[in-house]
Ligand binder design. Structure first.
Ligand SMILES: [Zn+2]
Length: 331
């Protein structure tokens, strides 16, 4: 019969078949081994080995750059790290500061925030803005190259001789009390805002505008003489640390309400909250952010940033201190 011969292979092809079968069985085994070898060199594997769960590892890997992942691998396992890395304003350079807040300042932190669990966003904001330090310590010079975006707060200071060179007189139509000055672009923006508010029956007035270094010295000294340094620090900025010296801030009330206690309930405040950013102003010291801004809630204090920057800050719903720390400080 011919059919038997058909299945009978010669020795050469037989060996070839055996080799093919062996390769088919063995190659995947080595491919797997090689893949495993490669996987063990990944950061993902290293983080899992450190004790992070898969969920924590993806939080880390989704939010950090390769370089940051490598740096993080020099840290020991820490259950708080995956929580911090997923907050919006996480900055790797501040990681040690965030962890320091959790571990050593827990009680202080809860005192300020009154939350049940850790407020990761709050800690990130605090550390990014340097407000985890005592106010007025390790201060920086205000970076004037930021122009209308410059920062003045408890950690950023203007020189005593700093005075804007484009100050203009504010018309008596807009202010209450003594004559006042402000930078010209701020004045133009305010006048537009004033007209828009006025069209809706709101009569804005300026109570305070540009203040030079010397007048801030006397404001602060007056409080200090009467009630001591701690009180003065709560109520007024130390000379050089007042945004009013930048000529970019206005204290704004309305003609029918100039009361610092009740202005927050006024129609004018509600209007400013909705509209000020459209004219380049932001509420500089919002409610509940005192630890970061270093100032109590001041519904009357508006800071000029220009419409583009003011709108960005408004849309992010964070303080200018936080915005500056995240987007501008290292630029
Ligand atoms: Zn003010």
């Amino acid at each position: 019969m011919n059919s038997k011969k058909v299945y009978k292979l010669k020795r050469g092809p037989k060996i070839a078949l055996v080799v093919v079968v062996l390769l088919v069985l063995i190659v995947p085994f080595f491919v797997d081994k090689y893949k495993e070898y490669l996987y063990k060199k990944t950061n993902e594997y290293a983080f899992l080995r450190q004790g992070y769960t898969e969920e924590q590892v993806s939080s880390i890997m989704d939010n950090l750059s390769d370089d940051e992942e490598s740096k993080l691998l020099t840290y020991e396992y820490n259950e708080f790290i995956p929580e911090f890395v997923k907050t919006k304003y996480f900055m790797f350079k501040n990681l040690d500061g965030y962890l320091g807040q959790v571990i050593t300042k827990e009680d202080d932190f809860f005192k300020y925030h009154g939350t049940d669990g850790y407020d990761y966003e709050g800690i990130v904001g605090l550390v990014n803005t340097h407000a985890d330090r005592d106010y007025y310590t390790d201060t920086y010079k205000t970076d004037l190259s930021k122009e209308y975006g410059l920062l003045v707060n408890k950690f950023y200071e203007l020189d005593s001789e700093y005075e804007p060179d484009d100050l203009v007189d504010i018309s008596i139509k807009y202010y209450y009390g003594g004559a006042k000055k402000i930078r010209s672009e701020v004045y133009e923006a305010f006048k537009e805002m004033w007209a828009a508010a006025n069209a809706e029956g709101i009569y804005l007035i300026i109570i305070s505008a540009y203040r030079d270094y010397d007048s801030q010295v006397s404001v602060y000294k007056d409080y200090e003489d009467r009630k001591g340094k701690a009180y003065a620090d709560r109520i007024a900025a130390r000379p050089g640390f007042s945004e009013h010296q930048a000529g970019l801030s206005l204290d704004i009330y309305s003609k029918d309400n100039t009361n610092s206690q009740t202005f927050k309930n006024s129609k004018a405040y509600a209007w400013l909250s909705e509209n000020a950013h459209k004219f380049g102003f932001i509420l500089r010291y919002p409610e509940g952010k005192s630890k970061i801004t270093g100032a109590d809630f001041e519904p009357w204090h508006y800071r000029y940033l220009g419409t583009s920057l003011a709108t960005k800050v408004y849309n992010e719903r964070i303080t200018y201190d936080e915005y500056y720390a995240y987007y501008m400080e290292d630029e």
